[in-house]
Design a protein around this ligand. Structure first.
Ligand SMILES: O=C[C@H](O)[C@H](O)[C@H](O)COP(=O)(O)O
Length: 226
């Protein structure tokens, strides 16, 4: 068992009968969805909302019943991966371009649980490039505003020759901050820029993290949410 699997599986055990569940995106959330699928096959009764088209497909494959947002106001729990997490459970997410749906789902869940392997735990956020989701219209201007605002490299995310398009039809600009001294301040500032839809900083949202290690061990980090 690798760290991602250990973390993803353990968090899936916290889901109880009758819960509505937010299904995360990525290679760690994959294991949570897989385990939930196994539990559903054994009789667990849940409903879910997926944070990406990829996770929706996975849920359908595992016969996890999916809901539309119009059918539910709030989720009981959401379980999702992260690209970086610090000891305060501040996160960088969006390495897989799913940050916007992930943040919406996390913010509408009673409990947001992070699943990650040990390599994701950092002293300070920022080594991982911060994904910023922007509208395609005049995105060059948004890129220019970002470059004028922060003296760090920004790049539009590409796949080969093509600009990556998110499930919401937007683009991603990755920012190489290196170290983010004040995540909350940066999060607030980025949200104020016209053209920016959202960004991968998740501050004060996670209740708990399950960190998994190569040997199958897991560690729980408790957040300090009130
Ligand atoms: O956009 C993608 C998500 O934020 C993922 O949850 C994040 O990138 C972590 O993915 P993984 O578990 O594959 O490292």
């Amino acid at each position: 068992m690798n760290g991602k699997q250990a973390a993803g599986y353990l968090a899936a055990e916290w889901v109880k009968d009758g819960m509505t569940v937010g299904l995360g995106t990525g290679s760690t959330a994959y294991f949570t969805i897989e385990k939930l699928g196994e539990r559903v096959a054994e009789g667990l009764k849940i409903t879910a909302i997926a944070t990406s088209e990829a996770s929706e497909e996975l849920a359908l494959k595992y016969n996890i019943p999916l809901l539309k947002a119009s059918e539910v106001d709030k989720l009981d729990i959401a379980i999702d991966g992260a690209d970086e997490l610090d000891s305060q459970l501040n996160l960088i997410k969006g390495g897989g371009a799913a940050l916007l749906r992930e943040k919406l789902v996390a913010l509408h869940s009673d409990q947001f649980i992070v699943v990650a392997d040990g390599s994701k735990v950092v002293d300070q956020l920022g080594a991982f490039k911060l994904p910023i989701e922007v509208v395609p219209f005049c995105y060059e201007w948004t890129l220019h505003t970002l470059r004028e605002s922060y003296p760090v490299p920004f790049e539009v995310r590409m796949k080969g020759q093509d600009i990556v398009v998110t499930d919401n039809g937007n683009y991603i600009i990755d920012a190489s901050f290196g170290r983010i001294e004040s995540p909350q301040q940066l999060a607030d500032e980025l949200k104020m820029i016209t053209g920016v839809v959202d960004h991968g900083l998740f501050i004060g949202i996670a209740a708990k993290a399950v960190v998994g290690y190569e040997d199958g061990r897991t560690e729980i980090i408790e957040g300090n949410l009130k």
